[in-house]
Design a binder for this molecule. Structure first.
Ligand code: ATR
Length: 276
Protein backbone atom coordinates (compact mmCIF):
# COMPACT_ATOMS: atom_id res chain seq x y z
CA UNK A 1 0.00 0.00 0.00
CA UNK A 2 1.32 3.46 -0.83
CA UNK A 3 2.15 5.81 2.03
CA UNK A 4 -0.21 8.60 3.09
CA UNK A 5 0.88 11.87 1.53
CA UNK A 6 1.20 15.25 3.25
CA UNK A 7 2.77 18.51 2.15
CA UNK A 8 3.33 22.16 3.01
CA UNK A 9 2.47 24.78 0.38
CA UNK A 10 4.02 28.25 0.37
CA UNK A 11 5.85 30.90 -1.62
CA UNK A 12 8.76 30.92 -0.89
CA UNK A 13 9.01 27.40 0.49
CA UNK A 14 12.60 26.20 -0.02
CA UNK A 15 13.67 26.97 3.56
CA UNK A 16 10.58 25.57 5.27
CA UNK A 17 11.38 23.46 8.33
CA UNK A 18 8.05 21.66 8.17
CA UNK A 19 9.26 18.62 6.14
CA UNK A 20 12.07 18.05 8.64
CA UNK A 21 9.72 18.42 11.62
CA UNK A 22 7.08 16.07 10.23
CA UNK A 23 9.65 13.49 9.17
CA UNK A 24 10.98 13.48 12.74
CA UNK A 25 7.41 13.16 14.12
CA UNK A 26 6.64 10.29 11.73
CA UNK A 27 9.85 8.47 12.60
CA UNK A 28 9.27 8.89 16.32
CA UNK A 29 5.63 7.73 16.21
CA UNK A 30 6.27 5.06 13.57
CA UNK A 31 3.77 6.51 11.15
CA UNK A 32 4.19 5.58 7.52
CA UNK A 33 3.80 8.79 5.52
CA UNK A 34 5.47 11.17 3.11
CA UNK A 35 5.70 14.94 3.64
CA UNK A 36 7.05 17.29 0.98
CA UNK A 37 7.43 21.04 0.43
CA UNK A 38 5.42 22.38 -2.51
CA UNK A 39 5.96 25.77 -4.16
CA UNK A 40 2.93 27.55 -5.60
CA UNK A 41 2.65 30.62 -7.77
CA UNK A 42 0.36 33.14 -6.11
CA UNK A 43 -2.52 32.46 -8.51
CA UNK A 44 -2.11 28.66 -8.62
CA UNK A 45 -2.81 27.82 -5.01
CA UNK A 46 -6.35 26.45 -5.41
CA UNK A 47 -5.45 24.29 -8.41
CA UNK A 48 -2.40 22.85 -6.65
CA UNK A 49 -4.51 21.91 -3.62
CA UNK A 50 -7.13 20.34 -5.86
CA UNK A 51 -4.55 18.26 -7.71
CA UNK A 52 -2.96 17.13 -4.45
CA UNK A 53 -6.35 15.96 -3.16
CA UNK A 54 -7.22 14.23 -6.44
CA UNK A 55 -3.95 12.31 -6.19
CA UNK A 56 -4.98 11.02 -2.79
CA UNK A 57 -3.20 13.55 -0.53
CA UNK A 58 -4.36 13.37 3.07
CA UNK A 59 -3.37 16.72 4.54
CA UNK A 60 -1.62 20.01 4.00
CA UNK A 61 0.11 22.74 5.91
CA UNK A 62 -0.35 26.18 4.46
CA UNK A 63 2.17 28.95 4.95
CA UNK A 64 2.81 32.50 3.75
CA UNK A 65 1.15 33.90 1.65
CA UNK A 66 -1.71 31.41 1.31
CA UNK A 67 -3.35 31.12 4.74
CA UNK A 68 -6.22 33.47 3.81
CA UNK A 69 -6.74 31.80 0.44
CA UNK A 70 -6.86 28.43 2.22
CA UNK A 71 -9.49 29.86 4.56
CA UNK A 72 -11.64 30.73 1.53
CA UNK A 73 -11.05 27.36 -0.12
CA UNK A 74 -11.94 24.85 2.59
CA UNK A 75 -15.41 23.30 2.96
CA UNK A 76 -15.50 23.37 6.74
CA UNK A 77 -13.53 25.16 9.48
CA UNK A 78 -12.71 24.77 13.15
CA UNK A 79 -13.65 27.59 15.53
CA UNK A 80 -10.04 28.69 15.91
CA UNK A 81 -9.62 28.89 12.11
CA UNK A 82 -12.86 30.87 11.86
CA UNK A 83 -11.62 33.40 14.43
CA UNK A 84 -8.18 33.58 12.84
CA UNK A 85 -9.73 33.98 9.37
CA UNK A 86 -6.75 31.96 8.23
CA UNK A 87 -6.02 28.26 7.76
CA UNK A 88 -2.60 26.71 8.30
CA UNK A 89 -3.73 23.07 8.29
CA UNK A 90 -6.04 21.21 5.94
CA UNK A 91 -7.28 17.71 6.63
CA UNK A 92 -8.76 15.84 3.69
CA UNK A 93 -11.85 14.11 5.05
CA UNK A 94 -12.94 10.64 3.84
CA UNK A 95 -15.56 12.25 1.57
CA UNK A 96 -12.80 14.45 0.07
CA UNK A 97 -14.20 17.54 1.80
CA UNK A 98 -11.51 19.85 3.17
CA UNK A 99 -11.45 20.71 6.87
CA UNK A 100 -9.49 23.88 7.66
CA UNK A 101 -7.84 24.39 11.03
CA UNK A 102 -5.44 26.94 12.48
CA UNK A 103 -2.89 25.48 14.89
CA UNK A 104 -0.67 28.56 15.23
CA UNK A 105 -2.28 29.92 18.37
CA UNK A 106 -2.46 26.63 20.20
CA UNK A 107 1.16 26.11 19.15
CA UNK A 108 2.13 29.36 20.87
CA UNK A 109 0.12 28.53 23.98
CA UNK A 110 1.48 24.98 24.18
CA UNK A 111 5.02 26.26 23.87
CA UNK A 112 4.55 28.78 26.68
CA UNK A 113 2.48 26.65 29.03
CA UNK A 114 3.71 23.15 28.16
CA UNK A 115 7.39 23.64 27.41
CA UNK A 116 8.03 26.52 29.79
CA UNK A 117 5.37 26.07 32.45
CA UNK A 118 4.02 29.62 32.20
CA UNK A 119 0.52 30.01 33.62
CA UNK A 120 -1.46 32.50 31.54
CA UNK A 121 -4.59 32.37 33.67
CA UNK A 122 -5.18 35.84 35.20
CA UNK A 123 -1.98 37.14 33.59
CA UNK A 124 -1.58 40.49 31.81
CA UNK A 125 -0.55 40.06 28.20
CA UNK A 126 0.64 42.64 25.68
CA UNK A 127 0.40 41.51 22.06
CA UNK A 128 2.28 43.80 19.68
CA UNK A 129 1.11 43.74 16.06
CA UNK A 130 -2.29 43.37 14.45
CA UNK A 131 -1.57 41.50 11.21
CA UNK A 132 -2.19 37.85 10.34
CA UNK A 133 0.23 36.58 12.97
CA UNK A 134 -1.73 38.27 15.76
CA UNK A 135 -5.12 37.30 14.46
CA UNK A 136 -4.01 33.66 14.38
CA UNK A 137 -3.18 33.51 18.08
CA UNK A 138 -5.81 35.68 19.76
CA UNK A 139 -8.50 33.08 20.41
CA UNK A 140 -6.20 30.46 22.02
CA UNK A 141 -4.55 33.21 24.10
CA UNK A 142 -7.89 34.52 25.35
CA UNK A 143 -9.03 30.97 26.11
CA UNK A 144 -6.25 30.87 28.70
CA UNK A 145 -8.30 33.53 30.53
CA UNK A 146 -5.72 36.27 31.05
CA UNK A 147 -6.98 39.09 33.27
CA UNK A 148 -6.17 41.53 30.49
CA UNK A 149 -4.90 41.41 26.93
CA UNK A 150 -3.73 44.65 25.31
CA UNK A 151 -3.17 44.62 21.57
CA UNK A 152 -0.89 47.42 20.36
CA UNK A 153 -0.20 48.26 16.76
CA UNK A 154 1.50 50.99 14.72
CA UNK A 155 -1.79 51.42 12.85
CA UNK A 156 -4.11 51.73 15.82
CA UNK A 157 -7.31 51.15 13.86
CA UNK A 158 -6.22 47.57 13.04
CA UNK A 159 -5.69 46.83 16.73
CA UNK A 160 -9.08 48.34 17.53
CA UNK A 161 -10.78 46.21 14.89
CA UNK A 162 -9.26 43.06 16.39
CA UNK A 163 -10.19 44.06 19.94
CA UNK A 164 -13.76 44.54 18.79
CA UNK A 165 -13.86 41.22 16.96
CA UNK A 166 -12.61 39.30 20.00
CA UNK A 167 -14.45 41.35 22.64
CA UNK A 168 -16.76 38.49 23.62
CA UNK A 169 -13.82 36.15 24.23
CA UNK A 170 -12.12 38.05 27.05
CA UNK A 171 -10.88 41.36 28.42
CA UNK A 172 -9.17 42.80 25.37
CA UNK A 173 -8.29 46.43 24.68
CA UNK A 174 -6.38 48.16 21.90
CA UNK A 175 -3.90 51.01 21.58
CA UNK A 176 -1.38 52.49 19.17
CA UNK A 177 2.34 51.76 19.57
CA UNK A 178 2.77 55.44 20.36
CA UNK A 179 0.43 55.08 23.35
CA UNK A 180 2.51 52.37 25.05
CA UNK A 181 4.33 55.06 27.03
CA UNK A 182 1.08 55.79 28.87
CA UNK A 183 0.84 52.27 30.33
CA UNK A 184 2.59 52.26 33.68
CA UNK A 185 2.10 48.68 34.86
CA UNK A 186 4.51 46.04 33.49
CA UNK A 187 3.10 42.99 31.68
CA UNK A 188 3.55 39.33 32.60
CA UNK A 189 3.97 38.43 28.95
CA UNK A 190 4.84 40.58 25.94
CA UNK A 191 4.51 38.93 22.53
CA UNK A 192 5.99 40.35 19.35
CA UNK A 193 3.78 39.54 16.36
CA UNK A 194 5.11 42.33 14.13
CA UNK A 195 7.63 41.81 11.37
CA UNK A 196 10.00 44.23 13.15
CA UNK A 197 12.48 41.49 14.09
CA UNK A 198 12.89 40.74 10.39
CA UNK A 199 13.49 44.40 9.51
CA UNK A 200 15.41 45.96 12.35
CA UNK A 201 18.54 45.42 14.33
CA UNK A 202 17.16 47.26 17.30
CA UNK A 203 13.74 47.62 18.86
CA UNK A 204 12.99 50.26 21.41
CA UNK A 205 9.58 49.86 22.97
CA UNK A 206 9.09 51.74 26.26
CA UNK A 207 11.06 50.06 29.04
CA UNK A 208 8.38 50.43 31.72
CA UNK A 209 6.39 47.66 29.99
CA UNK A 210 8.87 45.14 31.41
CA UNK A 211 10.02 44.23 34.87
CA UNK A 212 12.03 41.29 36.16
CA UNK A 213 8.91 39.07 36.16
CA UNK A 214 8.03 39.74 32.51
CA UNK A 215 8.40 37.18 29.75
CA UNK A 216 9.15 38.30 26.19
CA UNK A 217 8.16 36.05 23.31
CA UNK A 218 9.03 36.75 19.69
CA UNK A 219 6.95 34.78 17.19
CA UNK A 220 9.94 34.94 14.87
CA UNK A 221 13.14 33.00 15.40
CA UNK A 222 16.73 33.14 14.29
CA UNK A 223 20.05 31.65 15.26
CA UNK A 224 20.91 34.69 17.36
CA UNK A 225 18.55 36.48 19.73
CA UNK A 226 16.09 38.54 17.68
CA UNK A 227 15.96 42.34 18.06
CA UNK A 228 12.84 41.98 20.21
CA UNK A 229 14.52 39.41 22.45
CA UNK A 230 17.49 41.74 22.83
CA UNK A 231 15.12 44.49 23.92
CA UNK A 232 13.77 42.09 26.54
CA UNK A 233 17.25 41.13 27.71
CA UNK A 234 18.44 44.74 27.97
CA UNK A 235 15.39 45.51 30.11
CA UNK A 236 15.97 42.49 32.41
CA UNK A 237 12.99 40.38 31.38
CA UNK A 238 12.71 37.10 33.28
CA UNK A 239 12.63 35.04 30.07
CA UNK A 240 13.16 35.90 26.42
CA UNK A 241 12.02 33.29 23.93
CA UNK A 242 11.82 33.00 20.17
CA UNK A 243 9.14 31.30 18.07
CA UNK A 244 10.92 28.07 17.17
CA UNK A 245 8.96 26.25 19.86
CA UNK A 246 5.72 27.64 18.46
CA UNK A 247 6.69 26.33 15.03
CA UNK A 248 7.23 22.82 16.38
CA UNK A 249 4.09 22.90 18.53
CA UNK A 250 1.83 24.09 15.70
CA UNK A 251 3.24 21.25 13.60
CA UNK A 252 2.51 18.77 16.40
CA UNK A 253 -1.13 19.92 16.48
CA UNK A 254 -1.40 19.48 12.70
CA UNK A 255 0.14 16.02 13.00
CA UNK A 256 -2.38 15.17 15.72
CA UNK A 257 -5.29 16.36 13.57
CA UNK A 258 -4.14 14.14 10.71
CA UNK A 259 -2.84 11.05 12.54
CA UNK A 260 -4.62 11.19 15.91
CA UNK A 261 -1.31 10.73 17.70
CA UNK A 262 0.67 13.34 19.63
CA UNK A 263 4.39 13.41 18.92
CA UNK A 264 6.96 14.26 21.59
CA UNK A 265 8.03 17.80 20.72
CA UNK A 266 10.96 18.61 23.02
CA UNK A 267 13.42 16.32 21.29
CA UNK A 268 12.39 17.64 17.87
CA UNK A 269 12.79 21.22 19.06
CA UNK A 270 16.28 20.57 20.35
CA UNK A 271 17.27 18.88 17.07
CA UNK A 272 16.03 21.91 15.12
CA UNK A 273 17.75 24.33 17.47
CA UNK A 274 21.07 22.57 16.97
CA UNK A 275 20.68 22.85 13.20
CA UNK A 276 19.58 26.49 13.01
P1 ATR B 1 1.32 39.32 8.84
O1 ATR B 1 -0.03 39.17 8.25
O2 ATR B 1 2.30 38.30 8.38
O3 ATR B 1 1.32 39.49 10.34
P2 ATR B 1 1.26 42.10 8.14
O4 ATR B 1 -0.19 42.06 7.99
O5 ATR B 1 2.08 42.84 7.17
O6 ATR B 1 1.90 40.67 8.19
O7 ATR B 1 1.53 42.63 9.62
C1 ATR B 1 2.76 42.92 10.06
C2 ATR B 1 2.65 43.57 11.44
O8 ATR B 1 3.91 44.18 11.72
C3 ATR B 1 1.62 44.67 11.50
O9 ATR B 1 1.10 44.72 12.82
C4 ATR B 1 2.44 45.90 11.19
O10 ATR B 1 1.89 47.12 11.65
P3 ATR B 1 0.87 47.94 10.73
O11 ATR B 1 -0.45 47.24 10.86
O12 ATR B 1 0.85 49.30 11.30
O13 ATR B 1 1.41 47.89 9.33
C5 ATR B 1 3.69 45.57 11.94
N1 ATR B 1 4.84 46.31 11.43
C6 ATR B 1 5.49 46.11 10.27
N2 ATR B 1 6.52 46.96 10.15
C7 ATR B 1 6.52 47.75 11.26
C8 ATR B 1 7.32 48.83 11.73
N3 ATR B 1 8.37 49.26 11.03
N4 ATR B 1 7.01 49.37 12.93
C9 ATR B 1 5.97 48.93 13.66
N5 ATR B 1 5.16 47.92 13.27
C10 ATR B 1 5.43 47.33 12.09
Amino acid sequence: MSKDQYAVIGNPIAHSKSPKIHHLFAQQTQQSLTYQAMFSERDKFASIVKKFVQQGGKGLNITIPFKEQAYQLVDDKTERATYAQAVNTIKVMPNAQLLGDNTDGVGLVNDLTGNYGLNLNQSRILLIGAGGASKGVLLPLLQQQPSQLVIANRTQSKAQALAKKFADKGNITACGLDQLTTIDQPFDLIINATSLSLQSNTIDFPSQLIDSNSWCYDMFYSKQATAFMQWGQINHAKQTLDGLGMLVEQAAESFYLWRNIKPETKIVLSTLRKNL
